[in-house]
Design a protein around this ligand. Structure first.
Ligand code: FAS
Ligand code: PHB
Length: 385
């Protein structure tokens, strides 16, 4: 069997790339190791930059997003109970849209025209420096697909980056000593906009999925186990970290989902190895503080799709040659912003009293400087490609 592009991974990156190639008439196969239900069951990102919204429109899957997405003109940063609203519209003339990654994945799955093979076991990449082939096992039978290119969209733990010889891969990583304990609940959000809160006990975030479903996070030690957190313990801890008005307004209820996500900053360079390209979490990870993970994955695959479309339509390999450098330029700016916002909003015990004074000074500078707020707003709402 033969196709133009094999995409490994049916998360948002793989599905969006597949959709863009479908629309361009470029034959592609997506191989996903989990079931569609499992992929849809993951609760992850919640904020889309305007660039990601535009990509959903280009992919002709923006109907529900336009109807159900919540446009947010700002967000609140709080530091030890002092709150400041960042007015994105006034600062940079842009907004963000609250629309869960689960919904993005659902919309892309529903629109998929090309073939997606779920529960594809033991996916292996072969000869991607020459004549690429991908093999996998399904229902006990080993299959092979020959292709022109392979797109590794299989996330941080995927097989694609792991298939690249370590000698040709440069890894840049920072592992944070904490994670985010997240909880999903069918209760109205505590406020109209997101609240990012720094407190001596740790970071907390109040986010949302709709006007009746909310998403909350608290910083926990990297060693923490979700089993140690009853709903009541979560709600008590969240209240202690929020500004008083939010703590009093909090509507609690039984959790629909509770999980702990480790935090790391990670970049693999380069993003091309012969006829294999890496995109999304397969290539990079950001701490979710800046709401960049999903949005970076979207901008990666937009660039890769344009390069592949240019190759098949105009027989020009220029876009493919420039993909890695172009994507990495944007990735590193998002890594910087995510690291900076994480450094500002979380408690780092190892930095001691001096570190906390520096964080307080950073917050005081931010809230007193329009230029500093514009910088945060232009990064949070998404830098240009
Ligand atoms: P994904 O990891 O989403 O998708 C990769 C797909 O490849 C998966 O479906 C996987 O099953 C599949 N796969 C893996 N190995 C394979 C193999 N060998 N063969 C075939 N398929 C394989 N970002 C935010 O902006 N905000 C957040 O709050 C946030 N929270 C997160 C919480 C967690 C626990 C995690 C892990 C990430 C979170 N992120 C968040 C980041 C997240 O949203 C990613 O940026 C986004 O999922 C990236 O999408 P993909 O690159 O498609 O990778
Ligand atoms: C979320 O809603 O899951 C979310 C929102 C903003 C972030 C991180 C996560 O910065």
């Amino acid at each position: 069997m033969r196709t133009n592009v094999v995409i490994v991974g049916a998360g948002p990156a793989g599905l969006m790339l597949g959709r863009l190639l479908d629309l361009a008439g470029i034959d592609n196969l997506i191989l996903e190791r989990r079931s569609a239900e499992y992929v849809l069951g993951r609760i992850r990102a919640g904020v889309l930059e305007p660039g990601s919204v535009a990509l959903m429109e280009r992919a002709r899957v923006s109907g529900r997003l336009r109807a159900e997405g919540l446009v947010h003109e700002g967000a609140v940063l709080s530091f030890d109970g002092d709150s400041h609203r960042l007015d994105f519209t006034a600062l940079v003339g842009r907004q963000v849209t609250v629309y869960g990654q689960t919904e993005v994945t659902h919309d892309l799955m529903a629109a998929r025209e090309g073939q997606t093979i779920y529960e594809a076991e033991n996916v292996e990449l072969h000869d991607f420096a020459g004549k690429p082939q991908v093999t996998w096992r399904k229902d006990g039978v080993v299959h092979r697909m020959d292709c022109d290119y392979i797109a590794g969209c299989d996330g941080y733990h995927g097989v694609s980056r792991a298939s690249v010889p370590a000698a040709v891969l440069a890894i840049f990583e920072r592992i944070y000593p904490f994670g985010w304990l997240g909880l999903l609940v069918d209760r109205p959000p505590v406020a109209e906009e997101l609240i990012y809160a720094h407190h001596a006990r740790g970071f907390a975030l109040c986010s949302q999925r709709s006007l009746s479903r909310s998403r909350y996070y608290v910083q926990v030690p990297a060693s923490e186990k979700v089993e140690a957190w009853s709903d009541d313990r979560f709600w008590d801890e969240l209240r202690r970290r929020l500004p008083q008005a939010a703590a009093e307004a909090l509507r609690t209820g039984p959790s629909l989902e509770k999980s702990i996500a480790p935090l790391r900053s990670f970049v693999a360079e380069p993003l091309r190895f012969g006829r294999l390209f890496l995109a999304g979490d397969a290539a990079h990870i950001v701490p979710p503080t800046g709401a960049k993970g999903l949005n970076l994955a979207m901008s990666d695959v937009a660039m890769l799709a344009d390069a592949l479309i240019e190759f098949y339509a105009e027989k020009s390999a220029a876009g493919l040659e420039h993909y890695s450098a172009r994507a990495l330029a944007r990735i590193w700016k998002a890594e910087r912003f995510s690291w900076w916002m994480t450094s500002l909003m979380h408690v780092f015990p190892e930095t001691g009293a001096f570190g906390r004074r520096i964080q307080r000074a950073e917050f005081d500078y931010l809230t007193s400087s329009t230029a500093a707020q514009q910088s945060l707003a232009e990064n949070y709402t998404g830098l240009p490609d």
